[in-house]
Design a protein around this ligand. Sequence first.
Ligand code: ASP
Ligand code: MG
Length: 466
Amino acid sequence: MNRKTTVVCKFGGGTLARREDFARASRIIKAKPERVIAVVSAVQGVTDRLVRALEESRKSEGHAKVFAEEFCAVHRQVADIPEIGMLSQKLESALFNSYASHSPRLTDYVLSFGERASAALLGHFLGKDCVVLDSERAGIVSNGVYGNASCDVERTRENFSAALDAAKAAKNLVVTGFYGIDQNGNVNVFGRGGSDYSAGVVTAVSGASRLELYKDVEGFLAADPKMVKSPQLLGELSFDEASELGYFGAKIIHPRTFDPISGADVCVQIRPVSKPEKVGTVICEHGQQMHVAAIASRKGVSLVEIYGGGMVNSFGVAAEVFTRMARNHISVDAIATSQTNISFTIDQASSLRASQALEALSLERPDVVWVFKVSDHQAMVSVVGGALTAEAISRAMLCLYRGKIGIKMTSYGASKISFSAVIDVKDEQKAVAELYSEFFENGKAAKKAAVATAKIVPKAGARKSK
Ligand code: ASP
Ligand code: MG
């Protein structure tokens, strides 16, 4: 396929809720002169509902029918098409089978229903010159990891080009986001928010030169608007900057979206769905690198600190600790070490497992771990920028210090893309606000001060003149 004439458009769940939203998405697609491959998320809130449905159905057999009916009603509000009834029936029996079962295979299968339904609905709005491919038919091959799979891009490329050939006559295609099929034919989801990643995969394997991500926000902002009033919109970012920010609270983009398209000369655009002609943020592989692009933060972090006398000049200690983490499926984020200490951050959801693993390790290898501490309710605040300088880092440290925000650990890796500090979650908002004003509002703050002084002066003068 000619890459210049194909564009991949991804519609997030936040942009697909009502009938009008599907009609709008289909207008956007039809208005494009290029062939469009649309990748869709589930209708807003549907994946969350499926998660809850699974929880309930595991406990009681009676829930499957209720949830399947609810699923059916939510989608029929958008359009009453036969596919919805068929999917609801399949969902009901899958939920029924999940009673008293904790099979991850069944979980991922159930979670894929939201995307199956929204793809069918968008296909219906696009009408006859459109072909809908679920991930099975599109040949999206996943690696067998339930809950957070990755895609085998090379095998997907072969399958996908065959699927495209078969759909040659159609101007537009719709592909389900969020999941792939492993070698054994089982569904694997790509983690929450994984449709962005699917869109990256589809862009890579179709050879499209542009990926447009339609969102219910304007684009990337320089800070979370819940913490900073009207933060700046970021016009341009590099892949690295955007994935770094995707990892943090912003959640605008799945951090692995760019993996499949790295080196493929693709331009990624975030567009607000309400103004689809507007490009909010352009993300290019080697986009303009900023000294400080944004301030980001993330809650739900736990800090692990390990002290052991055997660490000085010995070897294998860190390997032992991290092997235990890996064995317990605990993903380690930031790491800092000294001669007598290893500190790292993990997701708070794995904090209990980490404590248990370290408890066991300290009993088996008292020479490795003397004492350890796992502290929950931490946050990680970061200054992100592709060309972060030492000056920016010292300013960030000083700013937190002046704001009396205790820093428990810092990390600044070789990629030089972000500087992060672990702080108490109660200080998160303050830290973000202070850092934002340090790097983005310095001028404004000075101006505000000047205005304030100017206001005081005439008042004083007025009193004098009395
Ligand atoms: N529907 C999935 C979720 O809510 C995937 C996505 O929206 O990207 O996580
Ligand atoms: Mg989403």
